[in-house]
Design a protein around this ligand. Structure first.
Ligand SMILES: Cc1cc2nc3c(=O)[nH]c(=O)nc-3n(C[C@H](O)[C@H](O)[C@H](O)COP(=O)(O)O)c2cc1C
Length: 210
């Protein structure tokens, strides 16, 4: 049977996916959501209060995680909803859920634990839910699936800024400092050991002789 390792999801890493859920009127909803791989058949998702996705998950206790890299699907599902022709409809085997057509892979997630929490973050008090779910029924449409993870992009961005270090000063240097801090935060949040090691080296070089 397929597990998360067979679609290259590694334990402890956070992947940018599109989650599809069912609205109360049975139409599909899609939204980009970060999914943490906890184990080969277990995921964790943090959802902010107020989205349709969290409401639908609370109602249905199941959702589909779509692995894909189509930029327009990400944009459309963030800014509104995807048009109906993007969705694949299922019957029994996926508990009537929908997936996104053309995904590199997708799987059904069944919620086994849902906790509402309040925590302080950089934007103030954040009300959200932590959802733990078992992975069921993985469909793999490509031999080699590469789920989207931001860590490598972050390391590359930080390296580009590093190569410009001696060229910037004043306001631009302040701006670059802020960006480097933010990139480092993201890489440490979503990356694997090697990404964290890489960004640490870049940050050390960035902060040298300043
Ligand atoms: C790449 C990306 C990742 C996101 N990850 C999350 C997340 O992990 N949790 C969350 O609550 N919102 C996340 N969002 C924000 C939701 O996608 C956004 O609030 C969306 O509009 C919710 O749509 P909905 O109301 O149809 O559920 C993310 C957005 C993007 C672009």
């Amino acid at each position: 049977m397929l597990d998360l390792h067979s679609i290259n999801m590694r334990r402890g890493m956070l992947y940018e996916t599109i989650i599809t859920t069912i609205n109360p009127d049975k139409t599909p909803n899609a939204a980009p959501i970060g999914v943490i791989c906890k184990d080969k058949d277990e995921i964790v998702v943090y959802l902010h209060e107020g989205s349709r996705t969290i409401k639908n998950i609370k109602n249905n206790r199941a959702f589909v995680v779509n692995i894909l890299k189509d930029p327009l699907v990400f944009v459309e599902s963030t800014m509104g909803n995807l048009s109906p022709e993007h969705f694949l409809e299922f019957n029994d085997e996926f508990n009537d859920n929908y997936a996104i057509q053309g995904s590199d892979a997708y799987f059904l997630a069944k919620v086994y634990d849902l906790k509402d929490i309040e925590r302080k973050d950089q934007f103030g008090i954040d009300k959200s839910s932590i959802i733990r779910a078992d992975v069921d029924e993985i469909v793999k449409n490509k031999d080699c699936v590469e789920p989207l993870n931001r860590a490598m992009y972050g390391v590359v961005e930080a390296l580009v800024y590093l190569t410009r270090k001696d060229m910037v000063s004043g306001e631009t240097e302040k701006l670059y400092n802020l960006r480097m801090k933010e990139i480092s935060r993201i890489v440490n949040k979503v990356g694997a050991r090697e990404h964290k090691e890489a960004i640490k080296k870049v940050m050390t070089a960035w902060n040298e002789d300043k």
